[in-house]
Every structure is written in C-alpha cells, then in structure tokens.
Design a protein around this ligand. Structure first.
Ligand SMILES: Nc1nc2c(ncn2[C@@H]2O[C@H](COP(=O)(O)OP(=O)(O)OP(=O)(O)O)[C@@H](O)[C@H]2O)c(=O)[nH]1
Length: 338
C-alpha cells in the first residue's frame, strides 16, 4: 500500500507554506512542505495523517522500498521513519537515503517502539536528526516536526539567497559557474551540444554617467528580466557573470538554435526602449553577444574545457563590440584553438 491508496496527492491543494501554528513565514513558496511517513501499520499512518494533514502535504508509505523510490523523484522535506518494517529495516532505509545525493539532505526522524539507548545512538549516528519512541506524545512529536521543518525552510531560503544575484534576481556568478560545469559535464557524457552566450550591455559606463547609478541599476534589472523572458526550456540558464555582463547557457542547442535565441535577445532588449542618449550604436540600450557552441561529438572535442568555451565566447563578445555593438558574433571553440 502506498500513500495514494490512503490519500491521493491530487486531493491536496497546494497553498502557501504554513510551517506550524504561530510560525510566520513569507509566502515565498507556493507549496506546503511535504512530510513523508513510513510505517508498516496502517493505523499508525492514519493517525499521523490526521495529526499533520492540515499543516503539511503528507505522503504515507507502508513499506520502505516504495518510500525510497518516491523520495528520489519528488520533493520530500522531512521523513518520519519506523524502525521495524518487514521489507527493510529503518536503519538500512536511512543509510540508503543518506547515500544518495538526491535524498541525503532530507532530515529523518526515527519513530520506533525501541527505547534502547544503543538503538537511539545508532539511529543518530546514521544521520537521523531525531529519535522518538512509541507510544508517541503527540504534542512533542508535533513540536519536533515543526522545529525540523523550520530548519528545512530556512536552509532552503539560504540556498536560494546564496545562489541568486541580489540586484537582478538571476543566478549569481557562483551558481552560474556550478551550472555551467554541470551542463558541460553532461554534454560531454551524452555526446550532445550546448550553446554558451556572453551578453554585455553596450555603453553602460556612459549610461551610468548620464543617468546616474540608481537608474543604471534599474536598467540592469530590466535587461536581466528581458534576457530571462527569452528562456524557452526549463534547462536554459541565465546568470550574472559580473558587472553589466550576463551569460546564458542553452543545453542541447546547436549553432542554428543558439543564433535564433541570440537574435531574440537582441530584439527583446532593444524592445525595452530604454533611452540612452550616450549610446554609440542607437539611442536606446542594446546588448552585444559573443556566442559559441560546444559539440561533444568526437573524442578530440571532448578534451575541450569549460574555460576554453568561456574564452571563445568572450573573444566573440569583443568581436561583436568591435564590429559596432548591438549584434551577435560567433565561433566554434575549435576554430579558435586550431
Ligand atoms: N549601475 C551599475 N553599474 C554597474 C554595475 N556593475 C558594473 N557597472 C558599471 O558598468 C560599466 C561598464 O563599463 P565598461 O566596461 O567600460 O563598458 P561599457 O561602457 O558598457 O562599454 P562597452 O562594453 O564597450 O559597450 C562601469 O561603469 C561599471 O561601473 C552595477 O551593479 N550597477
């Protein structure tokens, strides 16, 4: 029996997050936090569901294997895990959770009939955040779940804050570097291609000089939003490379597709019609783009590095500036390396 037999997920309306009575949390997440309960006794699952269903999205499993599979594929914020289950011991389930990068960070609370301190020590050493013995004091259980859910919430907020550029709202340089490396590695692994664009606002120094830094900041925000709006796929990625320079990573995108996107970017930024009397190319804000495509089609191509890719896009950005700005210039990295 899995959760769907007890309480189909579809019945649960997503609402603003509510950690617990009294906890005040901004409506920045549009879903309830998800609590997974794993226990082979149906009556225990029903009791837990009744206790938590108003605060959390509760998913119930009467066996560890199904629960582990679910945790790999969907968002789970906290797990209440029984120790003695017929298909798998709770310790083994916890170990499996901790060994997968997708589930290692999910806090686990053991809820068990065993009050042995050795068992408790073992559970905590395996990485569980808490150990609660049955019969359960419901007030204590609810309080502990609330406390851990709060920690989960704040950890996630920190993750978001540490990966977003404060001014423009797009990914910051750190996150951009991470995503670029990840996409590069998966492009190499699967022998695909990817497009990288370095995007720079034209004549931004004179813009700041003419209109002031505050308006300069506002311009950066609007351009960042416009660049984001061109993203087509979930995997397309925009980050602030530094100053008035952005980068866009388009996985599984060849030169033809990359150029379509680049021209859209030029158009959409031009379409903002941000007046710029000091611009050299037009009388409004424009961007220049250096574009390169990495094709991991041969063993030789796979020897290339992210740094070479960035260098190639950067050189093309300079070329676009040199040719008069408000345009895209492109080259494949091996054309430069040859
Ligand atoms: N307002 C604002 N300006 C910034 C920010 N980061 C960088 N800049 C400014 O962006 C300007 C970049 O100037 P340059 O690198 O000389 O480039 P440019 O004037 O755009 O010239 P081209 O790139 O050749 O078109 C500098 O004046 C920076 O101070 C920021 O966060 N806010």
């Amino acid at each position: 029996m899995s959760v769907s037999e007890l309480r189909p997920r579809a019945e649960i309306e997503p609402t603003a997050i509510s950690l617990a009575a009294g906890a005040s949390v901004a409506n920045s997440e549009l879903r309830k936090q998800t609590l997974m309960v794993v226990d082979d006794y149906r009556s225990n699952l029903q009791a837990m569901n009744a206790l938590f269903e108003f605060q959390y999205q509760v998913v119930l499993f009467d066996n560890a294997k199904e629960a582990l599979a679910y945790a790999q594929t969907d968002v789970v914020d906290l797990i209440l895990l029984d120790l003695d289950m017929p298909d798998m011991h709770g310790y083994d389930a916890c170990e499996e959770l901790k060994s997968s990068p997708l589930t290692a960070y999910i806090p686990v609370i053991f809820v068990t009939a065993s009050d042995s301190s050795d068992d408790e020590a073992r559970g905590l050493l395996l990485g569980a955040v808490d150990y609660i013995t049955k019969p359960v004091n419901l007030t204590i259980l609810r309080a502990r779940v609330r406390n851990h859910m709060e920690l989960v919430y704040y950890r996630k907020q920190l993750e978001i804050l540490s990966s977003v550029d404060g001014l423009t709202g797009v990914a910051n340089r750190r996150q951009l570097d991470t995503m670029l490396l990840q996409h590069f590695a998966s492009t190499v692994r699967f022998g695909h291609c990817m497009t990288l664009m370095m995007i720079d606002i034209d004549d931004f120094k004179p813009y700041n000089d003419l209109y002031g830094h505050m308006q300069g900041d506002d311009c950066l925000k609007r351009v960042a939003r416009a660049i984001q709006s061109v993203r087509r796929r979930e995997t397309d990625f925009v980050g602030r490379y530094g100053g008035e320079e952005f980068a866009m990573v388009l996985p599984d995108t060849d030169l033809e597709g990359g150029l379509v996107m680049a021209n859209k970017l030029l158009q959409v930024v031009r379409g903002l019609n941000i007046e710029h009397q000091g611009a050299s190319a037009t009388d409004s804000i424009t961007i220049s783009i250096g574009l390169t495509v990495f094709e991991a089609k041969s063993e030789q191509a796979k020897q290339q590095t992210v740094e070479q890719l960035i260098e190639c896009a950067d050189k093309q950005l300079y070329a676009a500036k040199h040719k008069g700005k408000n345009r895209v210039s492109y080259a494949l990295p091996n054309q430069l390396l040859a």
